[in-house]
Design a protein around this ligand. Structure first.
Ligand code: COA
Length: 259
């Protein structure tokens, strides 16, 4: 059985599920291989509008590195395993479409790093999360030290990483780590509603907006504004732009085709 499943829902919304509930959906070698296969698939699905990433069961989103597997690795194998997780999460971050982490339970270490590589993060009210690596004598190695400080600020990131603190969803939201916290019952409907709100907008526009924000974030304002202009230019010759204008004039909802 695959340790990662992928299905396409209505409105071209992709749902990727880490499927090792018996091991808190931890990143085993097999799961990383399956995850990369799904990423290959998603990269080729140019019609996909949004990708939701979640974990199976209601206890864990992802518990990070598989610590049982890790215990049997020598130093060289450990270095390779950490690099593999880092490269996989960088591939997710680089996907051209919006990605939503649906944090359905515990997200620790690499599990939270996975969520940090996504564009948006939503959690259930019972979820817990943190970069716990220093409590294991290591440091976040899949982007956590870099992405967390960029997201919530360097002081808060240092405090969380140095203390290995496990946050509740409410604490994480207060720190700016999450876009929303939902009750267990309303969790998936609310995540789907966010995905649908994105999927009804111009898909080329969404991808260009993601690109402009991502490329502009780590640069100076002047360069960022030039990047924005280039990304805007990519929307000019599209049928979607004309459809947006026509729908406005005709007082109807636009039907974007990503062309
Ligand atoms: N790697 C491998 N197996 C893991 C795991 C991990 N990172 N995290 C949990 N598991 C396994 C447990 O060993 C257990 O397996 P078992 O039933 O064979 O003993 C199973 O998943 C369920 O975990 P358990 O701890 O019994 O469930 P829980 O709901 O009480 O707690 C977690 C779940 C995820 C909160 C807890 O297991 C945990 O804190 N894990 C470590 C997370 C972490 O620090 N990751 C950082 C890695 S760098």
């Amino acid at each position: 059985m695959n340790t990662v499943s992928f299905e396409i829902k209505e409105d071209m919304i992709g749902l990727l599920t880490l499927n090792r509930p018996e091991a808190a959906n931890a990143f085993s070698t097999e799961l990383l291989s399956d995850l990369n296969n799904v990423i290959d698939q998603v990269e080729h699905l140019t019609d996909l509008r949004v990708l939701i990433l979640t974990g199976s069961g209601n206890k864990a989103f992802c518990a990070g590195a598989d610590l049982k597997e890790r215990a049997s690795m020598n130093e060289k194998e450990t270095v390779q395993a950490v690099r593999r997780i880092k490269q996989t999460l960088s591939r997710i971050e680089a996907l051209p479409l919006p990605t939503l982490a649906a944090i359905n339970g515990a997200a620790f270490g690499g599990g939270l790093e996975l969520a940090l590589a996504c564009d948006l993060r939503y959690a259930t009210e019972h979820a817990k999360m943190g970069l716990t690596e220093t409590s294991l004598g290591i440091i976040p190695g899949a982007g956590g030290t870099q992405r967390l400080s960029r997201l919530i600020g360097i002081g808060k990131a240092k405090a969380l990483i140095f203390t290995a603190k496990r946050l509740t969803s409410t604490e994480a939201q207060t720190m700016g780590l999450l876009e929303g916290v939902f009750t267990h019952q309303e969790f998936f409907p609310r995540i789907l509603a966010v995905a649908q709100a994105i999927s009804k907008n111009g898909p080329i526009a969404i991808r260009q907006a993601k690109k402009a924000i991502a490329l502009g974030f780590d640069t100076d304002l002047h360069t960022g504004l030039q990047i924005e202009e280039l990304c805007y230019l990519a929307t000019i010759p599209t049928q979607d732009r004309l459809e947006g204008l026509a729908a406005f004039k005709e007082k109807r909802h636009p039907h974007y085709q990503g062309k």
